[in-house]
Design a protein. Structure first.
Length: 117
């Protein structure tokens, strides 16, 4: 399984970015997919997660109402729409996949998101 993340960048506070993760090399019907982030000096933590089927989603409290995780099963992509961005959202964002919960056993490369105040 390969995960390819894209879409990071520099944005002003209050702006928006959309991250995309292209998944390949597997059959993802039973997978969970997630976006994690890691800020300097902090541990990597989950921001949002969804089942590939879309049956359930999870959001970390600080992003609820601002971020939306979605998947396009035809294109094998998982996206993270980020609105009303804050400087504290600055981090390297990673997409991840789990074929055997609760372990996240596949990771994409990180993509930097920087929110300026």
């Amino acid at each position: 399984v390969q995960l390819q993340a894209s879409g990071g960048g520099l944005v002003q506070a209050g702006g928006s970015l959309r991250l995309s993760c292209a998944a390949s090399g597997g059959t993802f019907g039973s997978y969970a997919m997630a976006w994690f982030r890691q800020a300097p000096g902090k541990e990597k933590s989950v921001v949002a997660a969804t089942m590939w089927t879309g049956s359930s989603t999870y959001y970390e409290d600080s992003v609820k109402g601002r971020f939306t995780i979605s998947r396009d099963t035809a294109k094998n992509t998982v996206s993270l729409e980020m609105n009303s961005l804050k400087p504290e959202d600055t981090a390297v964002y990673y997409c991840a996949a789990s074929s055997k919960a609760p372990k996240w056993n596949y990771w994409g490369q990180g993509t930097q998101v920087t929110v300026s105040s």
